[in-house]
Design a protein around this ligand. Structure first.
Ligand code: DGP
Ligand code: NA
Ligand code: NA
Length: 210
């Protein structure tokens, strides 16, 4: 039964990486893959620009508004918190959620600006812990070559180099580091295998943690 029994939950799968690493493309092909298997799955992304907090973030990213670094940091975090209970209920009902960016982006991008690492982490405490983090690793120079950046606030080579260093200080046992310079199809296959296993582990009773 692919929809999962009464107690089997979905997996929380997070994709992380620098801007232009291919995360968004890979998130959506992963979603299609799970749908093809008949496994209930949703594709989410943070920031979620559809909420009112998300609109403030979007306006900041497109340089239409200015906010100090601490304030925007907390808004990004609040944007994850406002989706927490929905996330929990979906996972518990058996739906796997693929998330394009999560708390790691929060810490990596803000600490790259010079904010204290532990201060950046604090508001993320209590959000649901991912079952697996797929980090699409790309040298910032390579990312910058890919069709150019979109012009948002953080899409600059120097800054992305700092973000990559912050990411390197963040990885833990839930991370799988994938070489994002491989052909798209090869990356797809690797992600599918990892996620398939993660879903199995959750289905067998791995508990949801914070
Ligand atoms: P995206 O929609 O994935 O292109 O993300 C928008 C930009 O915002 C991208 O440069 C990454 C950055 N970002 C995502 N989440 C956070 C966060 O929680 N905090 C900060 N400071 N930046 C973030
Ligand atoms: Na972006
Ligand atoms: Na994001």
């Amino acid at each position: 039964n692919s929809s999962g029994g009464n107690d089997s939950r979905g997996a929380l799968v997070v994709l992380e990486g620098l801007d232009r690493c291919g995360k968004t493309t890979q998130s959506s092909s992963l979603h299609k893959y799970l749908e093809g298997l008949g496994h209930p799955a949703e594709l989410w992304r943070f920031p979620d620009r559809t909420t009112s907090v998300g609109q403030m973030i979007s306006s900041y990213l497109s340089n239409q508004s200015q906010l100090d670094d601490c304030t925007i940091h907390l808004l990004f975090s609040a944007n994850r918190w406002e989706k927490r209970s929905l996330m929990e209920s979906k996972l518990k009902s058996g739906t796997t959620i693929i998330v394009d960016r999560y708390s790691y982006s929060g810490v990596a991008f803000s600490s790259a600006k010079g904010l204290d690492f532990d201060w950046c982490k604090a508001p993320e405490n209590g959000l649901l812990a991912p079952d697996v983090v797929l980090y699409l690793d790309i040298p910032p120079e390579k990312a910058a070559e890919r069709g150019g950046y979109g012009g948002e606030r953080y899409e600059q080579l120097e800054f992305q180099m700092k973000v990559r260093q912050s990411y390197q200080a963040l990885h833990d046992a839930s991370w799988k580091i994938i070489d994002a310079c491989q052909p798209v199809k090869d990356i797809e296959k690797q992600l599918q295998e990892i996620v398939f296993k993660s879903i199995e582990t959750c289905r067998k009773g791995k508990s949801l943690t914070c």
